[in-house]
Ligand binder design. Structure first.
Ligand code: SF4
Length: 675
């Protein structure tokens, strides 16, 4: 008789929903992954991508043995080797470089798993002990995260569940149906109770289709729209003076600035009608409770941080926080009390202060020579939980960097990604079903556990184990390198989450008030929302690095603004190699407005060449979902799975955002022609 067990797990992917999962295991084989019906926000449902997680775990192309490069860089030719040989050789190479300068070694990781153990524990200890360059992990959310922290004091917001009671929801910069499914379920519940849903997004997404109204502003103009709204709140006296007086700091300065943004001015910048700005402000000011679900797409432009600050101030101006179903949610991650010092052990730096390199400018940094300002040339890269060759901006430079024959590259991976193809060693890592982890969330307020459901496949090892093994090979004797994964899990939270309770229940809800900012209490030094923030001042609209208005000369050559939102069935570059999901997506697409397509003689379904001074990208035109003047390069395809081995990041640039040093992926001019 077969033995069947059901194991509690958590989705590891970079998604605000952080679902609780149940994994059914028959005779040691995971046969089903389902949403946990008892978890209050998962409610039994997973998205299409992760409900096929077993297909990913048992994928015939999983890397299950260490591989050593046997062809030229980037050729993808490798020979299987034993763990002992791989670890000994890697440690020897790292030791040799460390002897010259440990800062010549760069770790590169992001949110391939959001787990605290497999993403930010033993790895960080290892690189701290080594004295390697530090990595500024900016590639997705740091503009918005730092902007929110500068305004509220932390990355905090509403409880996800309370959106079901809102009467008005602004879904701002989020295709919730594709990338925040469980919020969408709650928004639908609110809609059934009579709530109005408004979508603010350049793209007519599946979510926009199902909202009452879609405000299709130009990319990078969200701050101008917020200023136009604030203008209307002032002139109609739709302000909550008591909340502003008691719980904010700096309002008179913003009041003066916003008075220079009548709806006509905001509309001209945003590419909207003035009546759309007026109507939006009126709806927002006169409906209670009103909630904003802001998401990270809109902050991937030069002024993304300022725009987040302006939008985050709106609920303070109208007192929306007074109700538990009012306010804003961009991130809830600041509510969790991670014990970062215990997990990552920065004390292992022992007083050293290695340089910090920005992951978003890896293209430039890999090509830099040593200099007094930069420090040593990057001689070694250790990549895990990320695929920079596919996802980092301006990939022509990233690829050139990864192809340097003198660069020693180690990649911890599940598959032969575009990045793994450029490695000297590929080390097989476990998937979420094969290791222990604990999770916070940036979209809800529950900590979760992920128990290993099955034994590691082949010779795969958890990231924690790989860095433990490397530490041993490097001769590191500190006791912290002998901590087991359970030891790490017990160290992960400073308060509120007890590991034994987490293990027994599967998740722990943070002990927060229902309406946490109803009476102010922002985690800033004054307890107030900082409209005027030290070092940043009062937020303003900043035009894009590249746009028709800010760079008219450039726009004559490349007149279309391109954003690159995720294709519905991929999550960044994860899942692109899961055939059933790739079959749904079909092929890399560029969405265009019919007038822009017609002006270029482009038909729906035709191959096109998208280009600018940085590079060119070949894909298929899809006429629809775009407003005039804007195109959408849906991402992030693996380069080698797209036509001519390129993807949309061939066109993006490495200029950074105003706050948070993040890439401005959605701030990019291009031109398109039939291929
Ligand atoms: S990707 Fe998001 S919606 Fe899908 S299972 Fe994971 S957390 Fe849930």
């Amino acid at each position: 008789m077969s033995r069947v067990t059901v194991v509690r797990a958590a989705c590891p992917h970079d998604c605000p929903d952080t679902c609780a999962m149940r994994v059914t295991v028959e005779d040691g084989v995971a046969v089903r992954v389902q949403g946990d019906p008892d978890h209050p926000t998962t409610r039994g449902a997973l998205c299409t991508k992760v409900s096929r997680y077993t297909e990913r775990t048992y994928h015939p192309e999983r890397v299950l043995r260490p591989l050593k490069r046997s062809g030229p860089k980037g050729s993808g030719r490798f020979t299987p080797v034993g763990w002992d040989e791989a670890l000994a050789d890697i440690a020897a190479r790292l030791r040799e470089i460390t002897g010259r300068d440990p800062e010549a070694i760069l770790p590169y990781s992001y949110a391939g798993t959001m787990g605290l153990l497999q993403g930010e524990s033993m790895d960080r200890r290892f690189f701290h002990r080594l004295g390697a360059s530090r990595l500024d992990r900016t590639i997705c959310a740091s503009a918005g995260a730092e902007a929110l922290t500068a305004t509220y004091g932390s990355r905090i917001g509403m409880h996800l569940e309370h959106f079901a009671e809102s009467r008005l929801i602004l879904i701002w910069g989020s295709n919730a149906i594709a990338s925040h499914l469980h919020f969408w379920t709650l928004a639908q519940a609110a809609k059934r109770q009579g709530a109005r849903l408004l979508c603010i997004d350049p793209r007519r997404t599946e979510t926009a289709d199902k909202c009452h109204q879609h405000i299709a502003l130009l990319p990078g103009t969200d701050g101008a729209l917020a200023l136009g709204m604030i203008h209307e709140l002032i002139v109609h006296d739709w302000l909550d003076h008591d909340y502003i007086e008691r719980h904010t700091e700096g309002w008179p300065l913003l009041r003066e600035r916003a008075l220079a943004w009548p709806p006509e001015r905001a509309a001209a910048v945003c590419g909207l009608q003035a009546e759309e700005v007026r109507g939006l402000a009126r709806d927002y000011a006169t409906t209670r409770p009103a909630a904003i679900r802001l998401n990270y797409g809109m902050q991937r432009v030069r002024g993304g941080g300022n725009a987040v600050r302006l939008i985050a101030i709106l609920p303070c101006l109208v007192g929306a926080w007074r109700h538990r179903a009012g306010g804003l949610l961009l991130s809830s991650s600041g509510w969790f009390s991670k014990d970062t010092a215990a997990l990552q052990r920065p004390d292992l730096l022992a007083g050293r202060q290695p340089r910090t390199l920005n992951m978003s400018t890896v293209g430039d940094d890999l090509l830099r020579e040593a200099s007094p300002g930069f420090g040593p040339r990057v001689e070694a890269l250790v990549v895990y939980n990320s695929s920079p060759v596919a996802v980092a901006p301006e990939s022509p430079k990233v690829v050139r960097g990864f192809r340097r024959e003198d660069l020693f590259t180690v990649v911890l991976e599940h598959f032969m990604t575009d990045t793994a193809d450029h490695a000297d060693y590929v080390l097989p890592a476990t998937t979420q079903l094969e290791h222990l982890d604990v999770h916070t969330s940036y979209g809800h307020t529950y900590a979760l556990i992920n128990e290993p459901a099955i034994a590691p496949l082949g010779e795969a090892r958890p990231n924690t184990q790989i860095f433990r093994d490397l530490a041993a090979r490097m001769g590191y004797r500190e006791a912290c390198f002998r901590d087991t994964d359970e030891d790490l899990a017990r160290q992960a939270f400073a308060r509120d989450v007890d590991f034994d309770t987490l293990r027994a229940q599967g998740w722990v809800r943070l002990p927060l008030p229902e309406a946490p900012l109803a009476d102010g209490g922002f985690p800033t030094p004054s307890g107030r929302c900082l409209i005027d923030s030290p070092g940043l001042g009062v937020p303003d609209h900043l035009p894009n690095h590249e746009s028709v208005l800010s760079t008219p000369e450039l726009a004559r050559r490349y007149p279309l603004a391109m954003i690159s939102p995720p294709a519905r069935n991929f999550l960044n570059s994860t899942f692109v190699n899961v055939k059933s999901l790739r079959d749904i997506e079909g092929e890399p697409l560029l969405e265009m407005h019919e007038a822009d397509a017609a002006a270029r003689g482009i038909q729906d379904g035709q191959p096109v060449r998208v280009y600018n001074a940085r590079g060119e990208y070949h894909c298929t035109a899809r006429v629809g979902r775009a407003r005039p003047g804007v195109v959408h390069g849906l991402g992030v395809w693996w380069r080698k799975l797209g036509p001519r081995g390129t993807n949309v990041n061939e066109l993006t640039h490495q200029q950074l955002t105003d706050i948070g040093r993040a890439p401005a992926f959605y701030d990019c001019l291009v031109e398109v022609q039939p291929a």
